[in-house]
Design a protein. Structure first.
Length: 217
């Protein structure tokens, strides 16, 4: 039984959400607000959306895209915003820049549409992350499997999705530990390829467990 260089320490997280003073009544105002809103707002409406609506796999992946479609009926822009993959980003600044660019480019190409009043305003919210260590750690793949079985949605989201911003890497806590501490790079790569958009948190966890079980055979 191989022992890791460092144990995997399991955490959970909760999020305190508040409505900020910023809002957008049309596409032009959305583009301007995206430039100046807080990083916490960008996080809330992209990363945090994946946890809150993880069970809706057919839904747009961020709140901005959802609002553009539902409140302004601009499917082309909604598709562009919805196509932005948060797995490609290691900082909120980069994500903000691409979201802003997509909206502003559309407004420049469709100036009359950009000033039309939406059916309802977009209200910017913010999420503040509060982390709590769990009384569990894993030194072996077997122990990791048992720990993973007991994890709830908040822990899976924390270690598998939001961790990308914390690590500033295009990976997640699970894959980083499997590769660096347990020296299982192939398993780490396979885990990191689990699609967070076509899976719910439950099915992502089940897929990861299946990969670990296969490794243990």
């Amino acid at each position: 039984m191989k022992t890791a260089v460092e144990p995997f320490r399991f955490f959970t997280a909760s999020y305190v959400t508040r409505i900020s003073a910023q809002k957008a009544a049309n596409l032009r105002e959305l583009g301007e607000a995206l430039e100046h809103c807080s990083d916490n707002s960008i996080f809330h409406h992209t990363y945090q959306t994946l946890e809150m609506h993880h069970f809706l796999t057919g839904r747009f992946s961020n709140d901005f895209a959802q609002w553009v479609l539902a409140a302004t009926n601009r499917a082309e822009l909604a598709e562009q915003l919805g196509g932005i993959d948060i797995r490609d980003y290691v900082s909120l600044a980069e994500l903000r820049a691409d979201l802003t660019r997509a909206v502003k480019d559309y407004c420049e190409a469709h100036p009359s549409d950009s000033k039309l009043t939406a059916l309802e305003a977009f209200h910017f919210c913010e999420s503040i992350e509060v982390t709590v260590p769990l009384e569990r750690e894993a030194w072996t793949l077997e122990a990791f499997r048992e720990g993973l079985k007991s994890l709830g949605h908040a822990s899976i989201y924390y270690h598998f999705i939001s961790s990308r911003l914390r690590l500033h890497l295009r990976t997640n806590d699970f894959s980083l530990w499997l590769a660096d501490s347990l020296e299982l790079p192939d398993l780490a790569r396979r885990a990191n390829r689990i699609d967070i958009y076509t899976n719910t948190l439950d099915t992502a966890k089940a897929t990861l467990l299946a990969l670990v079980e296969e490794q243990l055979i």
